[in-house]
Design a protein around this ligand. Sequence first.
Ligand code: AMP
Ligand code: MG
Length: 342
Amino acid sequence: MKTKLLKINPFDIDLNKINIAADIIKLGGLVVFPTETVYGLGANALNEKAARKIYEAKGRPSDNPLIMHFDKLEKIKDYVYITKELYEKIKVFVPGPITFVLKRKNIVPDIITANMDTVAVRIPAHPIANKLIEMSGVPIAAPSANLSGKPSPTIAEHVIEDMLGRVDTIIDGGNVDFGLESTVIDLTEETPSILRPGPITPEKLKEVFGEIKIPEFIYGKAKVDIAKAPGMKYRHYAPDKKTILVEYSRDRINIIKEKIKNYKNPLLVLFEEDKVYFNEYDIIVSGRENDYYKIAVNLFSILRNADKTNNDVIIIEGVEDKGLGISIMNRLRKASTEIWGE
Ligand code: AMP
Ligand code: MG
């Protein structure tokens, strides 16, 4: 398949180009587009054949459901059951980097939900994503636009690496804002629970929902409830190389200093502050220790770039499990093959 590349400036959108992409969605094709979280691989969510192509292009297991993207919140009412009270609460976060799991109506194709009775819906806050959905005239099903198991794409170059020749069109809309996939929250029970931590932190969710559950698997410490969070059982975001994560603790620098001696040619991913201790090693700086937004936005690029060097192992310094750090550590624990300092 020949992939068409469309470069669109998100601050000065060329509607003719969006129209070309929207036509492809209408015709049942695949379009990669930027969102505020990561790049998405989109198809008409109401066209079963089109949605099936997403799984093929990514090599994604068919029991891992897709998120339905809308340009306006009120449109979800045709596809999910939601009380007035809950609708008012989710409004606070819309549009934005958060996905709501709700009871679905029959109109939603089974391929989207992996045959479950719930469906995940999101209203992105990105001008290109929003215009594309609006002009397509249908909800767009879209997972992250990476090959299954790889880090999610945060710049168009990553998409091209994974998806050239596998999709009809790639929209290059520059950098994303967050660099981590949306927070996924299950709203089908009395107490909401987080299925995937993301840019909207537990603290923010508590302000609106009151009590919320954070299952242990979010911290990588217990088995995933596959019935509730089907996508989380797979290894994800993973570099091809051996990848070691060092848990955050006061002792972490000493742990790295001691254990690093066992490796011939390691690549260290560190905070700016820690660089000085390890001058003789290859280093990628991930951001400042207290700047989790900076670390998050660079995280998947770092994991991809680390695979391109000739180092034999990647050693990554972890962050604290608080705020956005919970999401960063969730991704890093899944990406790693070994963890130090647990
Ligand atoms: P991705 O498409 O790669 O961003 O991943 C989408 C995430 O949303 C996966 O972790 C899915 O398992 C999750 N998801 C989608 N639909 C549902 C659903 N109905 N119930 C629970 N999780 C869902
Ligand atoms: Mg993904």
